[in-house]
Design a protein around this ligand. Structure first.
Ligand SMILES: Cc1cc2nc3c(=O)[nH]c(=O)nc-3n(C[C@H](O)[C@H](O)[C@H](O)COP(=O)(O)OP(=O)(O)OC[C@H]3O[C@@H](n4cnc5c(N)ncnc54)[C@H](O)[C@@H]3O)c2cc1C
Ligand SMILES: *[C@@H]1O[C@H](CO)[C@@H](O)[C@H](O)[C@H]1NC(C)=O
Length: 756
């Protein structure tokens, strides 16, 4: 193949791309302005699973990891301005690795560049002291001119030349007015100043740990580094946000001035910033620009990495994103070259570049947002930031950090034409799933679920009236045969609600639903007394569409899973039995509110999953043991037997009552036994309660299994249709609750079936 790529910039983005091109025998040259590849500027870089997986494909993951020596697995601490710890994330790196197959590993940026460089077969194609000063676009190629007067041409020119990108400026120069936003650089903001560096490890600093010391206006992030050193960052909020060319380039004198003001800051309770700074090896003062440029390509020129999207280093995503951009470029390029092996015309090149933009733009913007919030919390810039730093972050713990991280990393790109070495992971990356996730429908299904739920609630509460003819038809069906004194409808309903409640308790206790379930409980508590006793149905259906549904959030802490059946029996079935036998308003009232009590019980039996507040000291060891046990349970899926017991019990109980009903009344009536029963009426049923319940069950079953699993890519489209069909067939036979239970069993087996 004669395709040739000119890469401007020999840092993370440039050398990663060179490695990828080499794997597919595409010719390239890398032009680096500085005389050295990989100068030491004091920067560290942490690669996350999204970047590491691509390095693994390129064959340099092991080399990268080896650079971190024995500092791969770190514990993370949150600290107050006094240096006192107030929260920690135990085994954070190990958990990353269990989740996605790779930990988060920090090494010197210089080391990463060396790893990438040494992995190249054609190191002679990497040229130093070649500062590109201009780029020109020709008919069928593009060419760059370096400061020493040399000209290099290729089919495309890739600007991997950082935030001050020359390639970007040259694109802007060539493009007709209006193609790029006018004077876009003046929009690039910096609201944080950063001194970052590497020091020899001060004696007080414990190895294999990282520390976030947060205070108003500034914060520290320090982590253990290989070679008995530490990497550190001092982030400082700028008094006002600066833009574009108004962002100054700082000098060493500026740095000296600033550090003096911070010498007395405590980072650990026995180590100040001075202790750290005195041991410095190298430091840099830099403003942190964060910005995603609107367009990344023009004709045969494209920018990747920091030249296209500059993110805050607190996110740890700049370098990872640069590597992902390279992979997107190579994937698109290879596909295009298949169709046109003799070279690409300008239009084809632009199509390739457009794919990078489509694949990364939103992700890059996400990271900028993420950086904004992290920085806001770290340097406590607003009340919200303070709340996040002081309460939310310690409460989140390791799992919370991971959850967000997995959510972000799993949609990452990899090189679609290279094998990925097998590494056990609990959660697959999206491109390893059976089907492609459909994210665009996610919001739609959520909104639709609200609308439908409101209709069903209105129906149940007798606020909504069906068209006359339908109403009469239901009336005709329901008024038949069922003896008004029969206990069967009442028992049926209690069994239904009890089963649904048991399953809802499973859902609300999943680690991924920690927050959503509180919202659900609150909504339920509010509307419960307006609606009939069937309110749980529509609300559970709503929750099915809003709950987490991701593999990473599937686990139910074993302590909670174990308690679900006892709670339902004592907390719901018992009060229901009393209410039915006594039929007085007090016991009915108690029974009506029983689900809330059950929800609360199931939640409060769980001790807070993370030490929060200040009680970290003496019982730290005990808490750590409990947490480790819990983490182990999550990865071994120790909750599954208990959850299955709940689901199977719900299935059997509700299918049995349904079959008895069908035997007595036929299947149609059994699905809509409206409030014609004297007891049911006394218990507060409206005439449509059961119809609303059946419809919401249908919505719940469809939402929880076929729809949610398919939208996330966990099952294929045909599997999703097959399960939807099963629901429609099963509903009239085994009844609504057993159908839900059946789907819950299916869903659990799909979710738990991934990984390892
Ligand atoms: C303090 C700090 C900490 C960070 N921590 C992390 C982290 O933990 N995780 C993470 O993923 N990311 C991190 N990042 C971000 C990460 O370092 C960058 O996103 C990454 O280096 C971007 O790579 P790049 O190749 O796009 O650009 P750069 O690394 O900026 O490289 C650009 C290269 O182009 C060269 N160049 C520039 N102009 C020209 C020219 N005209 N001609 C020829 N060559 C030229 C430069 O000399 C340089 O080598 C951090 C950044 C900073 C500042
Ligand atoms: C300093 O504090 C750290 C963190 O609290 C602790 O691990 C370390 O042992 C202490 N070192 C000394 C010398 O007291």
């Amino acid at each position: 193949m004669s395709f040739r790529v000119v890469i401007v910039g020999g840092s993370v983005a440039g050398l990663a791309l060179a490695n990828m091109l080499e794997k597919f025998n595409i010719d390239y040259v890398v032009l680096e302005a500085y005389p050295d590849i990989a100068p030491q500027v004091g920067a560290s870089i942490g690669l996350l699973p999204n970047g590491l997986r691509i390095l693994d494909q390129l064959g340099c993951y092991d080399a990268y990891r080896a650079k971190a020596e024995d500092q791969v697995y770190q514990h993370a601490y949150l600290r107050e301005p006094t240096g006192k710890a107030y929260g920690y994330q135990h085994d954070l790196m190990a958990m990353w690795e269990k989740m996605l197959g790779y930990p988060m590993i920090f090494i010197d940026r210089q080391m990463l560049i060396q790893v990438l460089y040494s992995n190249l077969n054609h190191r002679e194609r990497v040229l130093t002291s070649k500062r590109v000063i201009s780029v020109d676009i020709l008919e069928a190629s593009a060419q760059v001119t370096t400061k020493d007067g040399q000209v290099f041409s290729g089919d495309i020119v890739v600007g991997a030349d950082g935030i001050h990108s020359t390639v970007r400026k040259e694109m802007w120069r060539h493009a007709p007015p209006g193609y790029f936003p006018h004077d876009e650089y003046s929009r690039v903001p910096a609201s944080t100043l950063c001194i970052f560096g590497i020091s020899h490890r001060p004696d007080a600093y414990p190895g294999a740990s990282q520390h976030n010391t947060l205070s108003e206006g500034h914060s520290y992030f320090v982590m253990a580094a290989p070679g008995n050193r530490v990497y550190w960052f001092l982030f400082m909020e700028l008094k006002e946000t600066l833009y574009g060319e108004n962002i100054p380039r700082y000098t060493k004198d500026d740095e000296a001035e600033i550090v003096k003001q911070h010498f007395d800051d405590y980072i650990l309770d026995n180590m100040t910033f001075k202790d750290l700074y005195d041991k410095r090896i190298v430091t840099t003062l830099a403003p942190l620009q964060t910005y995603v440029f609107e367009k990344w390509h023009y004709k045969r020129l494209v920018t990747i990495g920091d030249s296209a999207h500059k993110v805050d280093p607190v996110t740890g995503q700049g370098g990872n994103g640069a590597i992902e951009s390279g992979a997107l470029l190579v994937n698109a390029l290879l596909r295009k070259l298949d169709t046109s092996p003799n070279g690409l015309n300008e239009k084809q090149v632009e199509e390739v570049f457009a794919e990078i933009h489509t694949g990364r733009f939103n992700r890059a913007q996400d990271v900028v947002q993420q950086g904004y919030w992290l920085q806001n919390a770290f340097t406590q810039r607003s009340t919200m930031g303070k709340l996040i730093a002081q309460y939310f972050m310690p409460a989140l713990g390791s799992y919370g950090v991971l959850y967000r991280g997995v959510e972000f990393c799993s949609p990452a790109t990899s090189l679609s034409r290279l094998e990925t070495p097998r590494r056990p992971r609990a959660v697959p990356f999206e491109d390893e799933l059976p089907a492609k996730p459909v994210k665009s429908l996610n919001q739609l299904s959520k909104l639709a679920s609200i609308a439908i739920t409101m209709c069903l609630c209105a129906l149940g509460a007798d606020l909504l009236h069906l068209p006359k003819r339908l109403d009469l038809a239901i009336d005709a069906l329901c008024s038949m045969k069922i003896s008004t004194a029969s206990l069967l409808p009442v028992i049926t309903f209690v069994v239904k609600i009890a089963s649904l409640l048991a399953m809802a308790l499973v859902e609300s206790n999943r680690v991924g639903n920690k927050l959503t379930s509180w919202v659900l409980i609150a909504i339920f508590a509010i509307v419960n007394n307006f609606l009939g006793p069937g309110a749980l149905g529509p609300l559970a259906a709503l929750f099915a569409h809003w709950s987490c549904g991701l593999i990473v959030g599937r686990h139910v802490p074993v302590e909670a899973a174990r308690m679900i059946l006892p709670i339902v029996i004592i907390g719901y079935i018992l009060p229901a039995t009393i209410a039915i036998s006594r039929m007085d308003s007090t016991s009915i009232m108690i029974w009506k509110n029983a689900p809330i009590i059950c929800f609360m019980l199931a939640r409060s039996l769980l001790p807070l999953s993370n030490p929060s507040g200040s009680h970290i000291a003496d019982d730290e060891k005990l808490k750590l043991d409990i947490e480790r046990e819990r983490t182990r349970n999550m990865f071994t899926k120790a909750d599954l037997p208990y959850i299955r017991l709940v689901h199977y019990s719900a299935f059997l109980m509700s299918a049995a009552t349904q079959l008895i009903n069908v035997y007595h009344h036929g299947s149609l009536i059994s699905l809509i036994l409206a409030g014609k029963n004297a007891r049911l009426a006394l218990l507060g049923f409206s005439r449509y309660d059961d119809l609303a319940f059946t419809l919401s069950s249908l919505m719940l079953a469809l939402g929880a299994a076929p729809l949610s699993l398919r939208l996330r890519g966990y099952i294929t489209t045909s599997q999703s249709f097959a399960s939807a069909l099963l629901i429609c067939l099963g509903l009239p036979i085994v009844g609504p609750t057993a159908t839900i239970a059946g789907m819950a069993i299916y869903r659990e087996s799909v979710l738990a079936g991934f990984g390892q």
